[in-house]
Design a protein around this ligand. Structure first.
Ligand code: SF4
Length: 307
């Protein structure tokens, strides 16, 4: 079972209904109602135990598995980013069309790999520009996170996710000539493979070195402040998402698919996530950490979180 209980700031665990009845709220009532409704619908429609989607193959496979088989509690606030993502998707979801160009929105595709079924829902697929297939994915992101996309391009997980979608598309007869990810914060939309402006507040104009190496053209002075700081608009070229060949995508997916299948069909616990994932996820972003730690202890081990 997925998220079924609310974890209060004081450490108490409450049912969703008890949380909604609380008069000393830690998060807006209507937002909580929407969050819980979304979660209840997810439980009813999508929790099928061995349903393996492209996104399930990313990040920590153990947390993917545990989040589906146990009830867990988490603070209401931690569900907000997911609901926010759904809202933004609704805003940009466009109707399908066949003429003059093919466009498919929210297209769910299926394919089999080593006898196992995998699925993925493509946000947007278009056949356009001289029959070139463009696969597009929309991501919501915090305003603070956008600078990393502007400096370095798409997140590694998102590159893999969209390449799995591209593989699924090819398996279903859709050509993919380009992958584009649109990162949407409340203030700005940044697309991979295009240009974007990052505003910086510095005494001197920033130069195109180090993390700013992809800056193009001179920074534009927008405003001077009495403190001496200046506001600069800097234009960056965002790297495009690379398209990996089928075999590279299969090499990435196959072992993960086997691990998840073994977990769902034979209750074989996936190993803890790799170091890079544990570094950011275990502390603060994992709702099933207590269960993970309990498993490690039962095996005579300790969960190690790299610093
Ligand atoms: S605590 Fe870390 S390793 Fe364990 S399930 Fe959560 S993310 Fe994975």
């Amino acid at each position: 079972m997925p998220w079924t209980k609310a974890l209060c700031p004081d450490g108490q665990t409450k049912t969703f209904d008890e949380c909604l009845a609380c008069r000393d709220r830690c998060l807006d009532q209507e937002v909580c109602e929407a969050l819980f409704e979304n979660e209840r619908n997810w439980q009813a429609e999508e929790h099928t135990g061995d349903h393996i989607s492209a996104t399930a193959l990313l990040g920590c496979l153990r947390s993917t598995y545990l989040e589906r088989i146990i009830d867990y509690a988490q603070p209401p606030q931690s569900g907000w980013w997911s609901l926010r993502g759904k809202l933004i998707h609704k805003l940009v979801e466009r109707p399908d069309m066949d003429n003059p160009y093919l466009r498919r929105s929210e297209m769910r595709l299926f394919a089999r790999l080593n006898g196992l079924q995998l699925s993925g829902q493509l946000d947007n697929y278009q056949l356009r520009f001289l029959e070139q297939g463009v696969l597009k994915d929309f991501k919501s992101i915090g305003d603070n996170g956008l600078q990393y996309i502007i400096h370095d391009g798409a997140k590694e997980d998102h590159v893999w996710q969209t390449n799995i979608y591209a593989w699924l598309a090819r398996q279903n007869g859709y050509r993919v000539d380009a992958i584009e990810i649109a990162y949407m914060s409340l203030m700005q939309v940044v697309n991979t493979g295009t240009r974007a402006v990052l505003t910086e507040y510095l005494m001197s104009p920033p130069s195109a070195t180090g993390k700013r190496k992809r800056m193009i053209g001179p920074p534009r002075l927008v405003k001077r402040y009495p403190s001496g700081k200046k506001k600069w608009d800097c234009t960056y070229q965002i790297p495009p998402v690379p398209i990996y060949p089928d075999q590279q995508v299969i090499d990435f997916m196959a072992p993960r698919l086997m691990i998840l299948h073994a977990a769902f069909s034979d209750a074989i616990m996936p190993l803890v996530a790799e170091n890079e994932v544990r570094k950011w996820k275990c502390e603060g972003y994992c709702a099933v950490r207590a269960h993970c730690e309990a498993h490690e202890e039962s095996m005579g081990r300790k969960l190690v979180i790299p610093s």
